[in-house]
Design a protein around this ligand. Sequence first.
Ligand SMILES: [Cu+2]
Length: 210
Amino acid sequence: MQIRTRNTGAGVLVLAAALAVAAAPVMAATGTFRASTQPVPHTSSGSGLNVSGSATLRLNGMSNVLTATITASGLSPRLPHLMHIHGVIDGDNDCPTISADTITVDGFIDTPEGEPAYGPILVTFSTKGSTAASAGLNLSTAVVADKFGRINYNRTFKIPADVANDLENLEIVIHGADLNGSGAYDGVESALGMGIPLEAELPVSCGVLN
Ligand SMILES: [Cu+2]
């Protein structure tokens, strides 16, 4: 049997479309990324450190719109908990071990000490307003745990293209522990400065997205 190819206009269109795809910028994969977050392994003790959670991020790779669902338990009740996507784009990211406790050697892995492992803030899981890294320490828009120390966060928003392209290489980090059980973030100031107590920024749960 002989198969003949006819040179139709449609063939030219298919070729043109293929070239257009090749020339387009790299698009993020549409899909679901998950992280199971585990307690950050501090050796010093305090309230609100035994935090485990689950993050499900659904990404639309066309628009870079992310629908994030994050649940966690074991958090300090009725207090705001900063949550972020951390990482170095295309870098080697992971959750910190206690060997990260190198700056203030106090048995706690604070946010700056954890950064060599999990990288800088890339996205802020705020409840309203900005979700940019620059909103990362804004306690007034952070999710607040209920009286049982649980959070159930859900928000849909656009993320930067480079973050969308590298989601499977990044981490979810949840912060904040009322170490002394005073009902507020107080006590020693964070190494981050800016008047923020260590309790407010202390990483308590971390998980690798995949
Ligand atoms: Cu963080």
